[in-house]
Design a protein around this ligand. Structure first.
Ligand SMILES: Nc1ncnc2c1ncn2[C@@H]1O[C@H](COP(=O)(O)OP(=O)(O)OP(=O)(O)O)[C@@H](O)[C@H]1O
Ligand SMILES: [Mg+2]
Length: 213
């Protein structure tokens, strides 16, 4: 399975998502980020770095890989294009912020233009009322992202799945220590309880991605 995680907008959660796939699924991690945030945390054999203007090599189909793609799909961005072209599915993370939505919609259109399917992850969802059993699909953040994506439905000819991923401080640990939420949650019963909603959301995301394998 090859998946790309792509949005031209920074801060939408590409790297946190990529780390979770790499850790939980054992996928190799490929990136065009100009700095190396992963060495020392992953086996070198599972890491692949290219410059933005360099193409990723064609990864053999028996190797599972997640591409964490910074940048755009502009003319000289061969890395992004070469990753998306070989991906079974492209995850576009979008949070409820004007520029993230604009960038996300643009990303969906450019991915569609080269014939690859899209899954949207609505990231950093917050709730106004912290009621127990919050249904994240009903949150304003999720609804805004979903409505924006559905504006592309006719153009795309399908409605991409939009999966919820709630806001959490745990993603700072994910980024800082290159661990997945599942690994953090496994540390204690309390941690497992604290992160139970996120764990469920990741499970749903992994299931959705499997449909494209
Ligand atoms: N549900 C969530 N999903 C993803 N990130 C989250 C979530 N909740 C909080 N965050 C925080 O949002 C930020 C998103 O991560 P990050 O800035 O690495 O995204 P990115 O898309 O990889 O950005 P860049 O393009 O700069 O590499 C992190 O600080 C993370 O802790
Ligand atoms: Mg990143």
């Amino acid at each position: 399975m090859k998946i790309s995680i792509y949005s031209p907008k920074g801060g939408c959660g590409k790297t946190p998502l990529a780390i979770n796939f790499a850790v939980d699924k054992g996928y190799a991690l490929a990136t065009n980020e100009s700095f190396d945030a992963f060495s020392g945390f992953f086996d070198d054999d599972l890491l692949l770095f290219v410059a933005a203007d360099e193409e990723f090599p064609e990864i053999p189909s028996d190797i599972d890989v997640v591409f964490d793609l910074a940048g755009t799909m502009s003319k000289n961005d061969y890395s992004t294009l070469s990753a998306i072209q070989q991906s079974d599915v492209v995850i576009v993370p979008i949070w409820n912020n004007r520029l993230s939505i604009l960038g996300g919609l643009r990303a969906i259109q450019s991915v569609h233009a080269i014939g690859r399917p899209v899954i949207v992850v609505a990231t950093k969802l917050t709730a106004k009322t912290k009621k127990k059993g919050q249904n994240w699909i009903e949150s304003e953040d999720y609804q805004c992202v979903c409505n924006a994506v559905s504006s592309l439905k006719d153009e795309l000819g399908y409605m991409p799945a939009v999966l919820p991923l709630k806001y959490s401080e745990v993603f700072e640990t994910v980024l800082g220590e290159c661990v997945s939420v599942d690994v953090v949650a496994s540390k204690s019963g309390l941690a497992k309880y604290t992160h139970r909603e996120l764990l469920g959301q990741f499970k749903d995301l992994y299931q959705e991605v499997e449909k494209y394998g």
